[in-house]
Design a protein around this ligand. Sequence first.
Ligand SMILES: NC(=O)c1ccc[n+]([C@@H]2O[C@H](COP(=O)([O-])OP(=O)(O)OC[C@H]3O[C@@H](n4cnc5c(N)ncnc54)[C@H](O)[C@@H]3O)[C@@H](O)[C@H]2O)c1
Ligand SMILES: [Zn+2]
Ligand SMILES: [Zn+2]
Length: 341
Amino acid sequence: MKCVAIKDVKQFEITDISEPVADGKKVIIDVKKAGICGSDIHYWVSGQPKGLVMGHEYCGVVTNPGDREDLKVGDRVTALPISPCGHCDACLTGNPQYCPETWSHATGLSLDNPGALAPKMAIRSDMVIKVPDTISDNEVAMVEPTAVGLHAVHLADIKVGAKVLVVGGGIIGLVSAMFAKKEGASYVVVSETNEARGNKAVSLGVADEWVNAKDPNMVADMTKKTQGGFDFVIECCGNAAAVSTALTVVKPGGKVILVGVSLEPVTIPTMLAVMREIDVQGAIAYTKTEFQTCIDLMADKQIDVLKFVDDVVDLENVQSSYERLTSGTDSAVKILVDPNK
Ligand SMILES: NC(=O)c1ccc[n+]([C@@H]2O[C@H](COP(=O)([O-])OP(=O)(O)OC[C@H]3O[C@@H](n4cnc5c(N)ncnc54)[C@H](O)[C@@H]3O)[C@@H](O)[C@H]2O)c1
Ligand SMILES: [Zn+2]
Ligand SMILES: [Zn+2]
């Protein structure tokens, strides 16, 4: 079957892989929609690993339920991409997202488990979650990135009335800002280097204001405006400049959540954290409960994530969509792929 795989630095190819074969265990689905994620962009930029078929945010229809007796052909599902061992401390305490084994065989993020940039895929059955008919395919494909934002905001433990800065207005930044407001933050600001994305954060109603991270006065202005700094900063970029900004504009004793990923080490001014006793917390993925919570919030119409979807493309347009998402000027934050289009 036709699929999209990494070929080289910033280069995909349309190629062929064999269709998944029923083994009585894995769940096989027809992919309806697959999201392009900021983390996938890091792999595409690096050109590694060659041959990787990405796509870990998706909605599908079951064609073979494998060993899941509660599922039947035709059910609509999504799944957690992680592949936890099930018996380490992290797994046993409800945190499979940092099980040491969880990412090496993750679906859509490892060579042995191809993802949703193909018409069909096989999924580890215990990660599959049936979704209600009341949420659309596009919403289902948004569950995974939404859960990343929910997890970051849960770890921040935002108090009602708090001032929150989200560094980076990609999809992870926007859902984090959305949840920060929902938790009761009174002032939510998004900082961006891309004006179109900054404006979008405000026009979509997830931020009270956006600030241009390229403005040399931004940190001083924000420190003044917040009378000493933000209570919480959620960093959703991963580069050195963004992490440094986060450590600078948080108030003394405040909390910084690091969500952004960098495949290379980054240099940051740790003295800022030391001298002002900043609480720095990493955030990876989500728990299974948070994943389910996002489905429930969508079903209850408590959150609207469709407003973040900018486009739906076919497999031929995956390459151009990655270029659009990394242009630095386009307002698009989430592009979905329909591999059967
Ligand atoms: N920790 C996790 O579990 C997890 C999960 C998903 C994604 N991520 C990571 O989170 C990050 C964000 O994901 P995304 O999908 O929103 O990516 P994205 O690339 O679409 O968004 C990043 C945004 O940051 C902006 N930016 C870059 N430098 C900046 C700076 N110095 N100040 C302000 N803004 C700046 C860019 O213009 C861009 O809009 C990525 O690094 C991704 O890999 C982490
Ligand atoms: Zn993702
Ligand atoms: Zn484990």
